[in-house]
Ligand binder design. Sequence first.
Ligand code: NAD
Length: 226
Amino acid sequence: MNKDISQAVIRRMPRYYRYLGELLDEGVERISSNELSLKMNVTASQIRQDLNNFGGFGQQGYGYNVQYLYEEIGRILGLEQRHNIIIIGVGNLGQALANYSSFEKMGFVITGLFDINPDLEGRIVGRIPVRMLRELEPFAATHKVDIAALTMPKYTADKIANRLVNLGIRAIWNFAHIDLELMDKDVVVENVHLSDSLMQLSYNMMRSQKERKKEFAKKNETSSKQ
Ligand code: NAD
């Protein structure tokens, strides 16, 4: 059933999940798509369409059961399973990820940290010791690794990513600013670029400034005519 669901829909699911989690914390038991739409600033029909991809979940006149919908979206996103993550590159970004405890609440558990800097060897970051990259193979042989996060310089990313793929790791969370060329095309890659988000913010700031200027000019024009 979930086969042809567009990535655009999938990308909206975590936001639904977050909002529903907040509603649960507030003790809300059910919500209509209209109420959810006001809260999330998405049209009610978009919400209904999105959720209909997975079979609906709502009842006419009743709305959505928040707990049920939260759990179902969590299941769709695969959050009922634990995911073990290793981080390659324990610099500024790698340490920030390792120290962020909220991932664990969603079942993303950081179990290994790897770097090549001997000064970092054995240092504890977010409860885990930093290992040297040469220990990657023995680690992967004895620990289940579901996801590898790449937070080292981009020029090493391809080589390391393929080394991880050879170890049987099927998912890469890629922060290095490079499009990975993987030998195995079935491995899933999620690229994260915080700078893309900043550029989008910059664009929207510019647009909103222009609109404010236009409105200001329009107001001046009408008041000078009066
Ligand atoms: P950093 O210099 O603080 O950390 C990089 C770490 O990688 C260092 O500890 C270094 O020893 C280690 N390293 C170098 N080569 C390695 C290798 N072959 N194997 C394992 N570890 C290795 O840098 P940072 O600020 O943490 O940034 C890390 C990476 O993330 C960079 O590629 C940077 O461009 C990228 N980055 C991406 C985003 C994003 O939004 N995608 C944001 C910030 C940084």
